[in-house]
Design a protein around this ligand. Structure first.
Ligand code: GLU
Length: 480
């Protein structure tokens, strides 16, 4: 890489739906690479496939990128020196280059009707041939073309793929890829509605926007030869292509898909993952630092990222690892910050109570959405079978005795501070020679309606004396 070439990378989402989690990974790598080299990171909206557009998704994509803490140097909302950054706003630009290709005979008009193309495809498939355009319109005379145009016949513009040539593509990860031009279809460059196809627009835009490196998912590798032909025809130097191995489903089979839950970047936030943790997880999903460091902030990632350490193999989306990293990131937050982030996940809990619960939750949850399982008992009367109270071999008689004495002792407590509550319970255990573990398990279920909870004595000052006694009475009613 020349020292003088500014590093400019881009992400080019299509507004056809929510942003896929895999696109977020691609974005992070592009972003980190540009930032590491003090270059620019650009967002371009590729909206040429008008049939698949979903209104409103462009804004949603920009919003979710922001939520993940990433900013861009040029893009549809902020503009920049090479705008506009939405492809359908660049139609006049594409016309100029289409004309250039037509003039040089590197592209041609095709007036074939959809019906003819369909018939052609069917025949080819029947004859076990790979469907491709049969070049019916390649040799139309200029006079015939002029006549058709005059009659307003609908047309597309196709790429004239060179005959019998080896198309040499370079990919940073895979090296040199040689493709026989006979395998390449005469791709449509401009559709009949005047809108370019992806293949054409991407080349024009990457060049005009001075993109130096294209990091993208390797599902785009198959398009590379067509794009390389266009770079050759237009006499432009292609960017450095880096096709990232596609992310596999958690079971290791198939491209990451909805089969294992929603795959949109937004849905991970909705499910209680922190942006910093998802980012951290994605950073390591196809790249490694060469050390055993596993915790990365965006800044760490920018500092460490390099193309050499990108993986060649397809990474598996390991949800357990994501949960684990999320837990690590949660424990790095301050209590007041975590408390604020938890609030939308615990709407029933008032702020002062939440502040007190947060230090207890912080050590226990891996996802923000798990917090409610630990806290539902505070505001809800959760019913449970009486047998749940019979923990660690306690029978009904013993449980009844334990909880009756605990209720009476706690009801008589002159204050409701942790120290005193704990002392009262420990004294009771000692006096009765109860097994401490068994007592607390029975007591825990009585208070929290579940054997796995926050530390039960810590919870009592938070829920208050009255609620504690009520919960013990509820349990006692079951036992008697
Ligand atoms: N518009 C393509 C997408 O939706 C981007 C392909 C590319 O990066 O070249 O992912």
């Amino acid at each position: 890489m020349s020292q003088n070439t500014p590093i400019r990378t881009r992400i080019a989402p299509s507004p056809t739906g929510q942003m896929h989690i895999g696109t977020l990974r691609t974005l992070l790598y592009n972003y980190a690479f540009a930032k590491k080299h003090h270059g620019q990171f650009i967002i371009r909206i590729e909206d040429t496939d008008q049939k698949r557009l979903v209104p409103g998704t462009q804004q949603k994509i920009l919003d979710v990128i922001k939520r993940y803490g990433i900013s861009w140097d040029e893009g549809p909302d902020i503009g920049g020196p090479y705008g506009p950054y939405v492809q359908t706003e660049r139609l006049a630009i594409y016309q100029k280059y289409i004309k250039r290709l037509l003039d040089r005979g590197q592209a041609y008009y095709c007036f074939c009707s959809p019906a003819r193309l369909e018939k052609m495809r069917l025949t080819q498939t029947k004859n076990k041939q790979v469907p491709r355009y049969d070049r019916h319109c390649l040799s139309l005379s200029p006079a015939k073309i002029a006549k058709n145009l005059k009659q307003n016949k609908p047309y597309v513009i196709r790429l004239r793929v060179p005959q019998d040539q080896k198309i040499i593509c370079q990919d940073f990860i895979r090296g040199k890829i040689v493709v026989d031009s006979r395998q390449i279809d005469d791709q449509v460059l401009l559709k009949s509605n005047g809108i370019p196809t992806y293949h054409f627009a991407v080349v024009i835009d990457d060049h005009l926007m001075k993109i130096s490196h294209v990091l993208r998912g390797d599902e785009w590798l198959a398009s590379l030869p067509k794009q390389v032909i266009l770079y050759q025809y237009l006499k432009w130097k292609p960017p450095i292509f880096v096709h990232l191995p596609v992310i596999l489903n958690p079971n290791g089979r198939g491209k990451m898909s909805k089969r294992f839950g929603s795959v949109s970047a937004q849905s991970f936030l909705d499910r209680g993952y922190l942006p910093s943790a998802v980012n951290n997880f994605l950073m390591l999903l196809g790249w490694n630092p060469g050390t055993d460091q596993e915790l990365f902030t965006l800044k760490d990632f920018i500092d460490s990222f390099n193309l050499q350490k990108l993986h060649k193999t397809q990474p598996v989306f390991d949800i357990k690892k994501l949960d684990y990293l999320n837990g690590l990131h949660i424990r790095r937050l301050t209590v007041s910050r975590l408390s604020k982030i938890l609030a939308p996940f615990l709407p029933a809990i008032k702020e002062p109570v939440l502040e007190k619960l947060t230090p207890l939750l912080k050590e226990r949850i891996e996802k923000l959405s798990e917090a409610h399982c630990f806290t539902d008992f505070i505001y809800q009367k959760i019913d449970y079978p009486v047998d749940l109270l019979l923990q660690r071999g306690a029978d009904k008689k013993l449980a009844l005795d334990m909880l009756t004495q605990a209720r009476d002792a706690l009801a008589g407590s002159p204050n409701w501070h942790f120290q005193l509550i704990q002392q009262i319970l420990l004294d009771l255990i000692a006096k009765n020679e109860w097994n401490t573990g068994r007592f607390f398990m029975v007591f825990r279920v009585a208070i929290c309606a579940s054997p796995c909870t926050l530390p039960v004595v810590d919870v009592l000052p938070i829920i208050g004396q009255k609620k504690t006694i009520d919960k013990l009475n509820f349990a006692l009613a079951k036992l008697s």
